[in-house]
Design a protein around this ligand. Structure first.
Ligand SMILES: [Zn+2]
Ligand SMILES: [Zn+2]
Length: 273
């Protein structure tokens, strides 16, 4: 793996800091949604999501994410990962497939880097939410087969394939075990789609790992270039702010402004930071 630049780890976590996660590779896509469901779900006026293969989210920290599974009337299974302590919504999988997850972009440590590639349900956007000129939008849900870069579609295909192989393996193991112990608890073996820890069961070999990196490298580099450009702008602004005496003046108005987002009092959880 020495020949390809490793993707810098992207970290994120919940409000109280006890549930942390890391993205093992670059996201597949970023999108914003202005539908009313997302507004309700997130408690905001529009939602931003960073999509990645579920198996490439590694959780760490004091508390593992709490996974809540629901089965929708149409049979789709959805897994929602939240912090078991503070309740922050971290990611959900199953909207399209449990193989991929939509991370709540705001839970990333540097959400600044994940500008949405498209804003969907633009027809229900709240009028005082203003988008930068040139923002890509669409009415209703965006069609990922048209909007995702080819490299991401390839990655999705590969992820689906890996999931199918894991399922087959699980079925085989279950069959083998049922021969030994007929009344083995079947529930434990039911392949209920991905959960973040499922990847522990199948180790990816080096060759496959390398192949995956090479496949996505171009997309990663493009994204990285964008990110570093944005970071440079960011650093410059921050550098200016750090001049003695300027820091207070520059920062306070932004954080103190009585904007639409009332500050929640973190009560006991704040001491954990
Ligand atoms: Zn938390
Ligand atoms: Zn939505």
């Amino acid at each position: 793996m020495s020949k390809s630049k490793p993707f810098p780890a992207i970290h994120g976590g919940c409000f109280c800091g006890s549930t942390r996660y890391r993205l093992e590779t670059a996201p597949l896509f970023n999108h914003a949604c202005h539908c009313q469901d997302c507004n309700k779900h997130t408690g905001s006026v529009f939602a931003c999501f960073t999509t990645i293969e579920t198996e490439f989210i590694t959780s760490f920290g004091k508390t593992p994410p709490k996974i809540t599974t629901t089965v929708r009337p149409n049979g789709l299974v959805r897994h929602l990962a939240t912090c078991g302590t503070c309740g922050t919504r971290l990611w959900a999988s199953g909207d399209r497939s449990t193989v991929i997850a939509d991370i709540n972009t705001g839970t990333l440590d540097l959400p600044e880097l994940m500008e949405p590639d498209v804003h969907e349900y633009i027809e229900s956007k709240i009028s005082w939410v203003l988008l930068p000129e040139g923002t890509k939008t669409c009415k209703g849900p965006f069609d990922y087969t048209k909007w995702w870069p080819k490299s991401s579609l390839k990655r999705l295909e590969a992820a689906i394939q890996r999931a199918q192989e894991r399922k087959k393996l699980q079925v085989k193991v279950a069959q083998a075990e049922s021969l030994d112990v007929e009344d083995e608890k079947e529930a434990d073996k039911t392949p209920t789609a991905q959960t973040p820890d499922e990847k522990d069961e199948v180790a990816e070999d080096d060759e496959e790992f390398e192949r995956r990196y090479l496949e996505t490298e171009k997309a990663l580099q493009e994204r990285l270039e964008q990110l570093s450009l944005r970071l440079k702008v960011h650093e410059k602004v921050q550098g200016d702010d750090l001049r003695p005496g300027v820091v207070q003046a520059a920062k306070e108005p932004a954080s103190e402004s009585p904007s639409a987002e009332p500050k929640e009092v973190p009560a006991a959880t704040v001491s954990e930071k």
